[in-house]
Structures are given as structure tokens and as C-alpha cells.
Design a protein around this ligand. Sequence first.
Ligand code: GDP
Ligand code: IMO
Ligand code: MG
Length: 453
Amino acid sequence: MTVTIVGSQLGDEGKGGVVDLYGDAADVVARYQGGDNAGHTVVHEGEEYKLSLVPSGAIRGKTGVLGNGCVVNPRTLFDEIDTLRDRGLDPEIRVARRAHVIFPYHRVLDGIEEDVKSEDDNEVGTTGRGIGPTYEDKAGRRGVRIGDLTDPDVLRERLEYVVPLKRALAEDVLGVEVGEEFDVDALYEEYREYGRRLENEDMLVNAGKFLSDRIDDGENVMLEGAQGTVIDIDHGNYPYVTSSNPTAGGACTGTGLGPGVVGDGEVIGIVKAYLTRVGSGPMPTELAGVEGDTPGYDGDAGEREEELATYIREAGDEYGTVTGRPRRVGWLDVPMLRHASRVSSFTGLAVNHVDTLAGLDEVKAAHSYTLDGEELLTLPATTEQWGDCEPSFRTFDGWPEVDWAEVADEGYEALPEEARTYLEYVSDEVDVPIYAVGVGPGRSETVVRERPF
Ligand code: GDP
Ligand code: IMO
Ligand code: MG
């Protein structure tokens, strides 16, 4: 069977930790979208691993697969594999031949486009990893696929077509001088070498066939989403989104497994007990903004909000895994969770960072929004409307700091009563049971109620 892990908010919900927790019972862990824009943290035997591309389960000896829906930067991939090997691990990684390749020119174009947009304060705040430009080339039928790296003629032909186009775009349209990132011969040499290494290390697969054969053999497959629902290119707050589908539909298109297979399994929505956002775009429940990221923020949110945001940011260590940027912080947005659950058909929730909110007098959650005098229980379809939404909050009693390791040991009933009230409210509103509650960054700091495999 499959278990799919989906971020229900804006990314960084703690997906890596949940994959690690439930991945024990999995034989294979596959990523189905995104690339090295993801930053998934796994703590194993006191060691912290921050992974961008290697599926989180690889830390524990599972087969890691990068599905066809991923965009793969081979430099990052081999750096990450080599670093893990240096740390004494031996990850087994397979890459879909149909996945698309991120080239250095994609990264450069990502940066240039953000610079151009920033002149009018319209930048997305991307991770700068070339994700958007690579998916653009995929949809534009001018991309290079991982399988192409193993065929010298095809690789050269594709590069000779696309690289001059990209160079002209950068130099003639965007007016920026470019360097060897746009040199066909240099790119060909470097990427042919990656192709050889992928072949020599027997890393290439037809992902759909590989995964369905493993399922037919009775194995368990975990599908690890990156990013989150509200930065999904279709269901998120376009254009402040990533360029792929982190929602459960992406688990089908991005692996080659059918909706029947994914829907037959479980789909777990990962929820942070509050909300964070990296980069630009609306965030109705935001407490105090982050200058440069929060649209129109002038650094003056009021003392109380500033204090709360700082408290949560520090307690939750809310700094980007990939870019180190301070994350924007706000209260839980329940309309967002209703939207996420509908899009992905969640069968269970894992709510993380319940420990982070401990010690606050009160905890709030946006129950609904008001837009043009009407109450909305779910996200409006346009980003501008979402930006105009006024949240209506429910206020909950805060819960005390307790010995979270002990709570994790003893189980759900050992959680402070106020925390349980909050969790039960969330579960009722989303109409999905809570499978796990995160009370700390380590794997043992999780209250486990259900094991989906
Ligand atoms: P992902 O991108 O969804 O995998 O999440 P990240 O790894 O980017 O960010 C989650 C961060 O929160 C990591 O530093 C985790 O170690 C940490 N974390 C996850 N769950 C919990 C939790 O329940 N409590 C606390 N305090 N930290 C957590
Ligand atoms: P994980 O998997 C949070 C955000 C970026 C930016 C937008 C587009 O760790 O949850 P991109 O580089 O993808 O074109 O950037 O999406 N973003 C993330 N935010 N967590 C992530 O991944 C993200 N990956 C991209 O900040 O706003
Ligand atoms: Mg992350």
C-alpha cells in the first residue's frame, strides 16, 4: 500500500519528521514533485540531517526514489549523497528517467526574474534553485530529462536547441550578461558525466513501473510531498507559489502510480499548530511581518504582535532550512486546512509543533474569514481576495510547558487538556482524525495514535 504525506499549509509543516516516523514500516520512500527547494529535517540518533533532494527515508536505509514529477539538480543530488556517505550512511537512491534536469541556467534565470519583479515589489521570494524555469521548460517541451543525460546525441541536440534560446532571453530580453552557465560545451561535458554516474551506480528507473512492482510484491511505499497545499501551482495562492503540485494528485502524476493506488492508501495532511510562510504573498493570520517578505510591511505591527511572533519564531526555530531566512509567523488558518483536506482527501492529520506554543496565555485560530461582509469557511479562489480576507478568530486557553518526552511516551491523554481541546477543535473542523502530534523535533517526541502502514 501507499501512504502519502502532504503539506497542508505553506510548506515546512514538519513533513520530513513524519516521513521519518512512519517510514519505518515503509520499504520505499518516493518524492513526487519539487526539487532542491525543499528542506526536510530529520533527527536520527541525535544527528540532524537537512535534506533537499534525497527522500527523507534514505536516512534509515529505505530505497529513496525521485519520481518523474521532480526536477533534479544532479549537482545537489550527488553533493547530498556524498555528504551522507561521509557521515557514514549509504543511501540507496533511484531517479526517474522522466524527471527533468535543473541546469545552471535555470538558476540564473530564476534570480534574474526575481530581480526584475522586485523592481515593482512583485517578487515571489523563490528559493533561487531554478525550480520555476525548469518546470517552465518541461511544460514548454524544451526540457532535458534525466534519461537524456545517458544519451550523448540526445543530450547535445537538446542543449544546442535550448541553451541559445535561454541566452537570448537573458541577454537580449532581460538585459543581463551571462557566463558559462549558458555554454553548451561546458554544460554537455559536466552533465554527460552525471549521466555516466547515474548509470554506473544503477540509479535510473522507470518510476511508475519500479514502484508498482514493489507494491505488487507486497511492499509499502511512502510518497513524500514537498512544499504545501497553498503553494501548489493549481490550488495555492498563485502567483506566490512553487511550480509543481504538492497536493495528493501530484503523487499520481509525479510517480506513475494511478489515483486508485494512491486513493486506496492513506493520505496524511501535515499541519503546523500555527502558520509559517517563507517568501511573499498574503497571509491573513500573520502576526508581525518580516521586512522584505511581508507585502507592504513597514516594520510596525505593534508591540504585542511583535512579541508573539518573536516568541513563536524563536521557540519553533522558524528559520528557513534552505535559505536561512526568518519565516513569517501567524496563527493557524482553519479555512486553509479545510481547503487542503478537500483537495487531497486527507485520511489522517499529523499536527506538529504543539510544544512550540506552550507557555502562551492564549492561542488563537482563524475559524473563518470575512470578505465583503460574507463569512467564508474556505479559501477564496483568487489571491487578491484572500489578501482582503479578515480572519475571525477563536481563542483557546494556552497550555503549560511540560515534559514533552514523557508525554510522547505516555500517549495522547497525557497532553495538557488545553492542547487536546485545541487539537480536537482542529480535527472536528477539518473532519479528519489526528494520527500523530508532534511535541518536539526528535522522532521520539511524537505522540502516535495511528500507524497508517
Ligand atoms: P518540512 O519541510 O515540512 O519537512 O519541515 P522543515 O524540516 O523545513 O521544518 C520543520 C522544523 O520543525 C524542523 O526543524 C523540525 O525538526 C522541526 N519540528 C518538526 N516537528 C516538530 C515539533 O513537533 N516540535 C518542534 N519543536 N519542532 C518540530
Ligand atoms: P518544504 O518542502 C516553504 C516557497 C518559496 C517561494 C515559493 C516559490 O521544505 O516544505 P520556488 O523556489 O519553489 O520557486 O519558490 O515557494 N517554497 C517553500 N516554502 N517550504 C518549502 O519546501 C518551499 N519550497 C518553496 O519560499 O515563496
Ligand atoms: Mg522545509
